[in-house]
Design a protein around this ligand. Structure first.
Ligand code: SF4
Length: 488
């Protein structure tokens, strides 16, 4: 399909709305140019008239044609014009395709941030629902989910001060690569990635030390720690110990409120590693099965069984972990609604403190949805709906929510927790509410001014080999932290 912009360049948002309805289509874009004669075409127009201007959208798909237009008085106002054009396009595409996306035309990744903003303005639940329905056509079901999530975040978001921060430690290695993986993570099956590990851990410990010094000099206060990946427990017990010992030596962890290690895949979890995690002060771990069906585990390239997950979970309990999270993904290759139900039921039976339900993110090149796109998407919604309802009925509450690009049916990822077990780090990163100092390859430091909402990002090199070989060049970027906090 060709999208022609006339008198405007609102490509980003318009494309995002189009993708809600046509996720697999590649679009061509023209700006104030003659459109092609044939094929599906969409016109997004903003045209000047006499003391007024006209916004119009016209879409031709096959034999069908739909259009809407409206007149505006006064000057162009880009934000409002763009939002109006998006709504017009959304209504047209609804009519042409018969699809009603559950999140309406709310395309950003942080719906809860919008609700939190409206709550901060003193709006009531009814007013918030009215606004989000009118502006974005969000369904009641998703509004309720976003609202409940925002309410669960009220206390954790209140407890912040402007010099508190979280520390993120990136371990972008995994024992093997899952077929659906969209992260930059390196399988240590390949000899070359494994060979990098000793140097990676060395540089990481250096960066931990240098970051701690910066934080001390700026009088910043460490609040939470998150060691994530990849799979942090892909490190050997000695390497994991070296990283956690570097944290303990360089930071005062006696007053932090949370310390998570994403243990991740059960094929990497040993009692020895769990003991190290516990003894070096972590208070929360993740054991992430994604599915409890052996056939699906096999299909996604995992080398462990559901039984291994249960046994890793039980070991963690035996060793004293009383805050365990388990992740699932709805829509994995070969999974079915029955299979997903089995996964959720099994996890509920294990009774972890939190369970996260993700929706599969589809790579653009993936042919996962190519044939029976709607069919499979419908089944993923069914899985997500079942999982969310089952967790709500069991007493878990949604406490963080985010969406990603290219997620099946534009659905969401939701963290559910028992009351009091909400992961603070997850809330702060999703709501961009607290500074995060990140270390390791792929780490992205996010500096947040809690007074003004201003955010500055500093990126580490993405790949471990670059991180190791260009470490000295990269570390200079950390001067940006002092620069940012100079006037705060
Ligand atoms: S465990 Fe996670 S990060 Fe590692 S390969 Fe699988 S999906 Fe990717």
């Amino acid at each position: 399909m060709t999208i022609c912009f006339i008198g405007n360049k609102f490509k980003y948002e318009i494309e995002a709305v189009m993708k809600l309805f046509l996720p697999l289509i590649t679009f061509d874009f023209l700006f104030d140019e003659q459109p092609p004669q044939d094929g599906d075409i969409c016109f997004i127009e903003r045209v000047l008239g006499d003391g007024s201007y006209r916004l119009s959208v016209q879409v031709k798909m096959g034999e069908k044609l739909e259009e809407e237009l409206c007149k505006r008085i006064g000057e162009f106002y880009d934000k409002a014009d763009e939002a109006d054009l998006c709504r017009m396009l959304y209504r047209i595409m609804q009519r042409l395709t018969g699809i009603t996306p559950a999140w309406g035309c709310l395309t950003g990744i942080r719906p809860v941030k919008k609700v939190n903003g409206l709550l901060a303005e003193g709006k009531s639940k009814t007013e918030i629902f009215d606004i989000l329905k009118k502006e974005y056509y969000v369904s009641d079901q998703k509004l309720e989910l976003a609202y409940q999530t925002a309410i669960a975040q009220t206390e954790p978001l209140k407890a912040l001060d402007k010099r508190s921060y979280s520390l993120y430690i990136s371990i972008p290695f995994c024992p093997s690569r899952c077929s659906y993986c969209s992260f930059v993570s390196h399988s240590i099956e390949s000899g070359s990635a494994k060979k990098l590990l000793p140097d990676y851990v060395k540089k990481l410990c250096e960066e931990i030390e240098q970051t701690a010094q910066i934080a001390r000099e700026l009088d910043l206060r460490l609040d939470t720690i998150y060691i994530g990946g990849g799979t942090p427990t892909a490190l050997s017990a000695e390497q994991l110990e070296a990283v956690m010992a570097a944290v303990k030596k360089n930071f005062d962890i006696s007053k932090i409120r949370e310390y998570t290690v994403e243990a991740g895949r059960s094929d990497t979890i040993t009692e020895k590693k769990l003991e190290i995690i516990r003894d070096f002060g972590a208070t929360r771990i993740s054991v992430n099965p994604q599915t409890m069906c052996d056939s699906v585990l096999k299909a996604i390239g995992r080398r462990h069984t559901a039984e291994d997950v249960v046994s890793a979970f039980k070991s963690a309990r035996r060793l004293g972990f009383d805050n365990i999270n388990m992740d699932t993904i709805a829509g994995l290759p070969t999974d079915t609604p029955e299979g997903f139900r089995h996964t959720v039921e099994t996890l509920c039976g294990l009774d972890p403190e939190s369970i996260t339900i993700h929706t599969l993110t589809v790579k653009r090149s993936s042919n996962l949805f190519a044939e029976e796109e709607k069919n499979i998407d419908g089944r993923i919604s069914e899985m997500v709906d079942f999982g969310q309802k089952r967790l709500l009925d069991t007493g878990y509450i949604p406490y963080y929510l985010y969406r990603q690009k290219n997620t099946a049916q534009n659905l969401e990822n939701v963290g559910f927790a028992k009351a009091g077990y909400e992961c603070l780090y997850n809330i702060y990163i999703m709501e961009e509410a607290q500074t995060i100092l990140a270390v390791g390859a792929g780490g992205s430091t996010k500096l947040v001014n809690t007074d003004t909402g201003k955010i500055v990002r500093l990126f580490n090199y993405k790949f471990p080999y670059e991180y190791i070989s260009r470490y000295d060049k990269m570390i200079v970027k950390k001067d940006g932290i002092a620069e940012f906090f100079k006037n705060i």
